[in-house]
Design a binder for this molecule. Structure first.
Ligand SMILES: C[S@@+](CC[C@H](N)C(=O)[O-])C[C@H]1O[C@@H](n2cnc3c(N)ncnc32)[C@H](O)[C@@H]1O
Length: 399
């Protein structure tokens, strides 16, 4: 299929997402190669994210008009979903139906008539909440049970603003919800050359919770490229960032150099004990990522009900390594960009049952809180990712 228009490009990207690709990556790659006006790039992005964020609801709206949607050619199915998304947004029929009929004529002419008829017949239907929010039932019900509501998930279906952490002062930036976080309202750019790092404020706050003194040693575990390490280094800490993935770390080293920050990177499997200890340890563990559905909208359809439990087992093992690496009297922060009970409070409960030498510390959370217990769950509102934080102090070491 040609991708000469935002609509055609959206269909092509969605087909690739259906085959297992990641929307963000595919869009970034495709748009970087195009010399389209920003407005057209933004429209293609808006279509792809909109269709993925509302996918279950769009299929629900289409259901009365299609006998066997699964048997439709995939391109036609996406054309219908995208046309329904534009209808939901209130686009007038004349601006909405014929462009999709034209797309259908290009990719599967015999079904252009069906596309025309269906897109003109759409009407609203009362949907169950989990369908309206386009969440898988197992997760939606788990959230209803644990948080007492799931309305917060509407936040995942809003457009995602781009936040940056500033390591230099840049004129004209609008402040974000916490210190050092700002909103970036322009197009993509060489951020590190400007002393900026794209980062969600909820992710930045995990690093702020560690609050190291200048010169203090910090272990950044599961540090990836070192986004949180950059912040800690900028506050004057002596940061050692550990991760299993050397490619991420190489990318991090290049960014750290451009930002003028010093971070030591060490590649290690953290299922094994560390060769060193520190008074400040951060474990930003791998997780199911349910807090990042806004920027990774396809993820919700790929997770399985057993994933949170499976990830919690891994997180507990990584926490064991982190606990051993924490010096007596020191602070251990555990964070995950997910909102499941298993990976948050579940991990905290299981860890504390085995480690009476650690005590949870209160967290003054600057964001809307979904639920707090041993740790705190951040609500995915106003562009924030959903996060869970647990701050522990090692009071009486036995190791
Ligand atoms: C949530 S990401 C970390 C993001 C990073 N802290 C940041 O702020 O950008 C989780 C990281 O855990 C790493 N990881 C997963 N299993 C690991 C293991 N067994 N040992 C070390 N790192 C691991 C992954 O490579 C990934 O970079």
């Amino acid at each position: 299929m040609r991708s000469g228009t935002p609509r055609a490009l959206a269909v092509r990207i969605l087909l690739e997402v259906e085959r297992g690709g990641r929307a963000q990556l595919l869009l970034d790659r495709a748009l970087d190669r195009l010399s389209w006006p920003e407005r057209d790039k933004a429209y293609a992005t808006h279509l792809v994210y909109g269709a993925l964020r509302r996918l279950r609801y769009l299929d629900f709206l289409l259901e009365p008009h299609l006998r066997k949607p699964d048997r439709l050619p995939p391109q036609v199915r996406w054309i219908l979903r995208l046309g329904t998304w534009e209808w939901l947004l209130g686009k007038a029929d004349h601006a909405r139906v014929s462009p999709w009929v034209e797309e259908a004529k290009r990719v599967f002419p015999p079904l252009a008539g069906l596309v025309n008829a269906v897109l003109r017949r759409l009407s609203l239907r009362e949907a169950p909440e989990c369908v309206r929010l386009s969440l898988p039932d197992w997760l939606c019900q788990a959230w209803q049970g644990f948080f007492g509501q799931v309305a917060f998930a509407e936040g995942f279906n809003e457009p995602a603003p781009l936040f940056v952490t500033a390591y230099r002062s840049v004129e004209g930036l609008k402040p974000g919800p916490i210190p050092d976080s700002y909103l970036w309202e322009e197009g993509k750019t060489d951020f590190s050359a400007l002393g900026l790092q794209p980062q969600n404020p909820a992710s930045l706050f995990a690093a702020q919770l560690l609050n190291p003194a200048p010169g203090e040693k910090v272990l950044d575990l599961c540090g990836g490229a070192g986004l949180k390490a950059f912040y800690l280094a900028a506050k004057g800490a002596e940061v050692v960032s550990y991760d299993l993935n050397p490619r991420r770390q190489e990318a991090g080293k290049r960014t750290a150099r451009k930002l003028g920050l010093r971070v030591a990177y060490r590649t290690q499997d953290l299922m094994e004990p560390l060769p060193e200890k520190a008074k400040r340890v951060l474990l930003d563990a791998p997780c199911t990522g349910t807090g990042t559905f806004r920027s990774h909208p396809e993820l919700r359809y790929r997770l399985a009900p057993e994933d949170p439990k499976r990830m919690a087992e891994l997180q507990l093992k990584l926490l064991e390594t982190a606990a051993r690496a924490t010096e007596e009297g020191g602070v251990l922060v555990y964070s995950v960009c997910t909102l499941t009970e298993e990976e948050g409070e579940g991990v905290a409960r299981a860890f504390l049952a085995r480690h009476p030498e650690f005590e949870p510390e209160p967290i003054a959370c600057p964001f809307p809180v979904l639920r707090s217990g041993l740790g705190v769950y951040v609500a995915p509102e106003g562009g924030l990712d959903g996060f869970y934080y647990l701050r522990l102090r090692k009071v009486n070491s036995r190791t």
